[in-house]
Design a protein around this ligand. Structure first.
Ligand code: FE
Ligand code: FE
Ligand code: ZN
Length: 277
């Protein structure tokens, strides 16, 4: 069976979030460890975290994903910005370790004029500082659309970050279907070609999670705008090819599509489940 869920908010607590996921037909999900714009995380309720963990294993959930605030810039030139990213990510890793959630996903950042290789070096250096023995969480680098000066818009860039990390046994990749499509990899029409390239450059053993999104903009547009499943340039047939690909179908998929109501995610989860062969 396909493992699929959507992005959820822990505002009513961790256990309730997991129960909400179940009610939507999900068996995985993603959530922000704190306000998506960064800043303050509330103190972790360890009893609630334990209750979520028991619920997830009792209901045969696939691994869930904790997402870093998307406003962090781990390779910022300005020291205060880079230090803030490091402080938040270090704290998030401690929370993931306490929650026993195995994966922490982040955006590798934007070099903003420093150049791609400087950006790659800074992001890898940050990972080297935070991946110590205090955490056993695996950090996932998200593949990016290559919008503006984002790093991680090519598989080579993702691989270069991984290669710069000493403890890279604890580094994996989250492939965002909207992002790779916008970056110029035609995962809609040629998932086999894209995944063969991924395997050759990064290695499919690094791939731990899929963000399943359609794309508002065309192949190679380098624009990060998610569309609902079937309502973008990837299309229903493209999504069908992706979720049935033998290299992907046992991985957890998370929808990050633009919907207001939870019922729309329930419908989309059912739609995608109905596509699996
Ligand atoms: Fe993301
Ligand atoms: Fe994503
Ligand atoms: Zn995105």
């Amino acid at each position: 069976m396909l493992h699929i869920g959507c992005h959820l908010s822990p505002s009513d607590g961790l256990l309730n979030m997991a129960k909400t996921a179940s009610s939507l037909g999900a068996d995985t999900f993603q959530f922000f460890s704190r306000n998506p714009r960064g800043s303050k995380a509330r103190t972790l309720d360890e009893a609630d975290a334990g209750a979520m963990l028991a619920y997830l294993s009792g209901n045969a959930f696939a691994p869930v994903l904790v997402h870093a605030p998307y406003t962090l810039n781990p390779c910022a030139e300005k020291l205060s910005v880079a230090e803030f990213a490091e402080m938040v990510m270090r704290d998030d890793l401690a929370r993931c370790t306490a929650m026993k959630t195995p994966f922490y996903n982040f955006h590798p950042g934007s070099h903003v004029g420093q150049g791609i290789s400087a950006g790659i070096e800074k992001t890898a250096a940050l990972l080297n500082r935070i991946l110590d023995d205090s955490t056993d969480t695996t950090v996932l680098i998200e593949t990016m659309a290559g919008q503006g000066s984002e790093i991680g818009g090519t598989f080579e860039e993702v691989k270069a970050i991984i290669d710069g990390v000493e403890r890279n046994d604890r580094v994996g990749v989250c492939l965002d279907t909207c992002h790779v499509f916008a970056a110029g990899y035609d995962i809609a029409n040629d998932p086999d070609g894209v995944l063969t390239a991924f395997d050759r450059i990064i290695g499919l053993d690094r791939l731990k999670f899929i963000h399943l999104n359609d794309s508002k903009f065309a192949l190679g547009a380098h624009k990060d705008r998610h569309a609902a499943i079937g309502e973008g340039c990837i299309g229903l047939e493209g999504v069908r090819r992706i979720v049935n690909h033998p290299a992907l179908r046992s991985l957890p998929f998370c929808l990050e599509t633009p919907h207001e109501a939870l019922s729309e995610y329930a419908d989309e989860i059912a739609l995608v489940r109905g596509m699996t062969e």
